[in-house]
Design a binder for this molecule. Structure first.
Ligand SMILES: [Zn+2]
Length: 139
């Protein structure tokens, strides 16, 4: 998820929309038997604030799949999370670093996913603790 600021400047623009499909390499979900179902969708707008500061905001959409924490049935659920992050090439604190006019969103998105990860994974509001075949399966 690398954005080349030179390309944006070359077009004479100060902001540009981005849209990525991201396949996380590190395991970001700590719920047992549950994983992120890739790709994670990342979209938003990147704004050049000044020569050393860039601001990115947008939305991340990700799906989890695996065993419901309560009833153990397989389930898949989609989550969305908003982000607004500053990137700095001047070593600014509280900002993600970037170098050589290339902003990589990966670390910021990984951090966001960890932060937004639910603590439990329940298949649906109607989840009954015991598995029952009489009920329609919820997905
Ligand atoms: Zn369940």
């Amino acid at each position: 998820m690398i954005i080349d600021l030179k390309e944006i400047r070359k077009k004479g623009k100060t902001e540009e929309d981005f849209d990525f499909e991201y396949f996380p390499v590190s395991p970001l979900c700590s719920i047992p038997d549950v994983e992120i179902a890739p790709p994670v969708k990342v979209r938003g707008t990147l704004r050049l604030v000044d020569k050393v500061t860039v601001f990115a905001e947008g939305e991340v959409r990700f799906a989890l799949e695996g065993a419901c924490t309560r009833c153990l049935r397989p389930a898949q659920k989609t989550y969305t999370a908003a982000f607004a992050e500053e990137f700095s090439s001047a070593g600014e604190e509280d900002a993600y670093p970037y170098r050589s006019d290339k902003v990589d969103l990966t670390k910021a998105i990984d951090d966001l996913l960890i932060l937004e990860m639910p603590l439990t994974f329940v298949c649906g509001e109607g989840c009954k603790a015991e598995y029952s075949d009489n009920k329609e399966k919820e997905v």
